[in-house]
Design a protein around this ligand. Structure first.
Ligand SMILES: [Zn+2]
Length: 116
């Protein structure tokens, strides 16, 4: 289990357990695990398995929003706090686009892949 300090939250990840969670200062969490049904979509995004897709997806949610100057991912914050919003697809779309771009860079040899 590794814990990473981001700007306004922590990201805890266990490759052994295939489990990750975003932890906010108030103690709430947005956990995520891979599901077998996600394998096809993971491959479409450029991953070999669903776990890598889920792990990076969750992390990119927070990094993307922090880099845009927002305090946190609205999507993950809402999950952690039991809320739902209609426009969550906008953030999802941006996260998925980041994942595609990163995997293309890896595929082209510009980035080396740490896992998988
Ligand atoms: Zn998402």
């Amino acid at each position: 289990m590794e814990t990473y300090k981001l700007k306004n939250c922590h990201f805890r990840v266990s490759d052994a357990d295939k489990y990750c969670t975003t932890i906010y200062p108030d103690g709430t969490q947005a956990p995520a695990i891979p599901m077998a049904s996600q394998l096809e979509f993971a491959k479409e995004l450029g991953y070999n398995n669903a776990w890598d897709m889920v792990k990076f997806h969750e992390l990119i949610h927070t990094i993307l929003c922090e880099e845009k100057g927002e305090p946190h991912s609205r999507v993950l914050w809402n999950i952690a706090h039991g809320k739902e919003e209609d426009d969550h697809w906008k953030e999802e779309e941006q996260v998925l686009l980041c994942q595609r771009v990163i995997n293309r860079l890896i595929e082209l040899g510009f980035l080396s892949q740490q896992n998988g």
